[in-house]
Ligand binder design. Structure first.
Ligand code: ZN
Ligand code: ZN
Length: 593
């Protein structure tokens, strides 16, 4: 299973990472007449208001509900208008004197400029709206509004009533926009739009019937709901017919040119995709060498009576299998996570790794039923427009699974793996990064933050914990850690291999199962994910290695004065900006290089 759910970028906005919240807007005062003030005036809340008018689905997902009643029709006129909007904003950004902005606004500028250029590129060059039928799906914002608690039921239902009106137009525009879609995204669109039908099913009708809407409103609601279902049903039939006659389907593989362009927007690192791929290949070999060494060291302790297999992958695999037997019982799983959170917090504090605000302990809870099945556990933080909502650590229970499934799951999240996983998701991983990001309130970075920085920090925090001695430097702990880390590295090799080098399904699965010790099921899921997304899978290793390199550069620059805790706190204080931009601010001597 994936560490965290990182869905393929949909529509024009991606709600990045684990979510983010921010404090009061305008907490930083910019002096009138300064470039900072100019930026605040041009790209503050008024700009974002305009942005959300044109991204009403994305708006709902980040808790900006003023436009909840508006469904935009994704037709050619909409795209033309959106391009004019992007061009105007980009021209204004280009006219600013970036060098005179302070750190906060400079990082905001870099993030926003990249975001808008990326959106323009998606619209005009990548053109996913043309070849990815899964781009079109109305369901999610409807589900969010229906299950939300931000307003009374009647108000939310009236938003839904208004939003429902244009669903038939929406799918008509979808059919007009699609040309030569890929088979894989067509299959995904069929599966996801079948799921969408459920959102407009009997449950919604029951909510309406029990509400305080007027009789006329209820009648209208019923009519529009049925029309929406028909439009989705019609889209499904149309896609199924396409699928059958899809002789000239586009390949799901992005190809070198588009891949490298997308890579530059997503990573903002300055590194080229082939260079990262080569680094990941070398890293894979180094990790395997470490794993073999640890296995050799552990062998007599666990297999005193038998000689190790000659093949090093078999040998490492057998040791991992053996160690995986050491896991909690299904009924103790949630409680073991509840115990780990304060334990990791204490460790981080005792070892001076980073300051964690003790007034906001993270609450562990079972994932609400309607959200289950997306990730196995993760932070649920309120959106940037709803900062008062609490932050939870959601855990999916495993007691509903079959005993075999539960056993296989628990072997994966064994006693050495579980703390690494919780480190990544919570402390000092995603949750702590989020906590620091909130201290420098920036809607722009909360909304459009750099995914490689966010994932990279979580992956980096795993290494940082082990380097500080967490797990007593036990070879078992390190071996299981390397297996986990190998997954991040292999993700990069897989993504580039599939989209640029034409790696086959068979070869990809061999690499995942045999050379990265993943289960068949995990490998199948990963194969689906790499067919449907691109570049996202490279963020883990790219972000991790950029942060690690930056740390070592700062360490060598500061010499004896270097303090790990100070580095971590400074690094996170810039919010979710690209590591390369943070590096420019943290290493002033290299500015302008
Ligand atoms: Zn993550
Ligand atoms: Zn077992």
């Amino acid at each position: 299973m994936n560490t965290c759910f990182n869905p393929p970028r949909r529509r024009l906005l991606q709600w990045l990472g684990a979510g983010a919240l921010i404090g009061r807007a305008g907490a930083t005062l910019a002096l009138p007449g300064s470039t900072n003030a100019q930026f605040e005036q041009s790209f503050g809340d008024a700009f974002l208001d305009q942005y959300w008018q044109r991204n009403t689905d994305g708006a709902v997902m980040v808790g900006y509900y003023q436009v909840a009643g508006v469904l935009l029709v994704p037709d050619a006129a909409f795209r033309a208008d959106y391009q004019v909007f992007l061009d105007a904003a980009l021209a204004q950004l280009a006219g600013m004197d970036v060098a005179t902005l302070d750190d906060r606004y400079r990082t905001d500028w870099a993030v926003l400029d990249n975001e808008l250029r990326y959106e323009r590129w998606q619209l005009t060059t990548l053109r996913e709206w043309q070849w990815n039928p899964a781009f079109y799906n109305v369901a999610e914002p409807f589900a969010v509004i229906a299950s939300g608690s931000y307003a009374p039921l009647e108000e939310r239902l009236r938003s839904i009533l208004s939003r429902l009106q244009r669903v038939p137009e929406y799918y008509a525009a979808a059919k007009q926009s699609i040309q030569q879609p890929t088979r894989e995204h067509t299959a995904l669109a069929i599966a996801q739009n079948q799921g969408a039908l459920e959102v407009f099913g009997d449950d919604l009708q029951r909510q309406v019937d029990a509400s305080g809407l007027s009789a006329d409103e209820k009648t209208l609601f019923g009519r529009r709901r049925v029309a929406a279902r028909e439009a989705i049903g019609d889209y499904l039939k149309w896609l199924q017919a396409l699928d059958a006659t899809n002789g000239a389907a586009r390949s799901f593989r992005l190809g070198a040119a588009l891949y490298q362009q997308k890579f530059a927007f997503v990573q903002q690192s300055g590194e080229e995709a082939p260079a990262l791929y080569q680094r990941a290949q070398r890293e894979r070999q180094e990790v395997l060498a470490q794993m073999e060494q640890l296995t050799t060291q552990l062998w007599p302790r666990y297999f005193a009576d038998s000689a190790p297999p000659a093949d090093r992958l078999d040998k490492i695999g057998r040791m991992i299998d053996k160690l995986s037997q050491n896991h909690v019982a299904p009924q103790d799983y949630v409680a073991s996570i509840e115990r780990l959170i304060p334990q990791l917090t204490q460790w981080v504090s005792d070892h001076h790794l980073i300051d964690i605000d003790p007034s906001k302990p993270l609450k562990v809870r079972l994932t609400p039923t309607y959200e289950r099945g997306v990730a196995i556990a993760g932070i649920e933080a309120p959106g940037p427009y709803d900062p008062s909502a609490p932050t939870y650590f959601n855990v999916d229970p495993i007691d509903t699974e079959s005993p075999q499934q539960a056993e296989s799951f628990l072997r994966e999240y064994n006693n050495w793996m579980l703390p690494v996983f919780i480190t990544h998701e919570a402390i000092p991983g995603h949750y702590v990064q989020l906590m620091y990001a909130n201290r420098s309130p920036s809607r722009i970075k909360s909304l459009f933050g750099n995914g490689a920085m966010i994932e990279g920090w979580a992956v980096y925090s795993e290494r940082m914990m082990l380097e500080s001695g967490y797990g007593n430097n036990a070879p078992e702990q390190w071996l299981i850690y390397w297996k986990w880390y190998l997954r991040s590295v292999t993700n990069t090799v897989l993504d580039y291999g599939v989209h640029v080098l034409g790696l086959s399904e068979q070869d990809a699965k061999t690499m995942l199962v045999r050379e990265a010790f993943q289960s068949e099921k995990e490998a199948s899921n990963k194969w689906l994910r790499v067919q449907r997304s691109s570049v996202q899978l490279t963020q883990y290793f790219a972000g991790f290695s950029a942060i690690y390199r930056l740390r070592e550069r700062v360490r060598s620059q500061q010499g004896a004065a270097f303090e790990l805790q100070r580095f971590h706190e400074k690094f996170l204080s810039y919010g979710s900006a690209p590591v390369a931009v943070i590096a420019q601010l943290m290493l002033p001597a290299t500015r302008g290089k």
